[in-house]
Design a protein. Structure first.
Ligand code: PNS
Length: 168
């Protein structure tokens, strides 16, 4: 049962969204009354995204269509400012392996320094998705692997189309 009025933000680049992301968003939607998926417009630590922010948002909208308390918004401000804009009291992130921990720990400290009233909450990746990442998906798709089971409907085809177009 969701706690009354509690809003969480699930932030990320989502380039592209994977079934692992959707698993975290669905689980957050069970715990919080409202979940806002925050799509980072221009990720700082990545060169250039494969999909535009609007494309990434559209994939997420389609994949979360059946979740009545989830919305999707693009942002290019500080994450904590985006959270405040939506009245969120929590940032929800998925954690896979130890390798995620170092980066997330740093982000946690930065975000806490900026807004100590916004709590970061970490959900452990479900075992079936613990190996999944957007960069891994992009790499598999580049070499023509079957990724249908790893991403929401439509994403595999869009990846295929984008990669074959870029390779022309
Ligand atoms: O791993 P991701 O998907 O690139 O994560 C993006 C995000 C926003 C969750 C992460 O960079 C973060 O927690 N940043 C906090 C600092 C901040 O506000 N940066 C500006 C983002 S537009």
């Amino acid at each position: 049962m969701a706690a009354d009025g509690r809003v969480a933000v699930c932030p990320g680049s989502y380039d592209p969204v994977t079934n692992g992301h959707i698993d975290i968003i669905e689980r957050a939607a069970h715990v919080f009354e409202r979940v806002v998926v925050g799509v980072v417009n221009q990720p700082v630590r990545k060169a250039k995204t494969l999909f535009t922010a609007e494309e990434r948002r559209a994939f997420l909208l389609q994949a979360t269509d059946k979740l009545g308390n989830v919305e999707v918004d693009v942002f290019d401000t500080l994450l904590v400012d985006f959270a405040r804009k939506h009245g969120a009291m929590a940032l929800v992130k998925g954690l896979r392996a130890i390798s995620d921990f170092e980066y997330e720990f740093e982000m946690n400290q930065l975000n806490r320094k900026l807004a100590s009233d916004i709590e970061s909450v970490y959900l452990m990746a479900s075992p079936e998705y613990s190996f999944l990442s957007s960069s891994g998906i992009r790499e598999l798709a580049t070499f023509g692997a079957d990724i249908e089971d790893l991403v929401p409907n439509g994403v595999a085809q869009a990846l295929h189309d984008r990669l074959s177009r870029d390779g022309d």
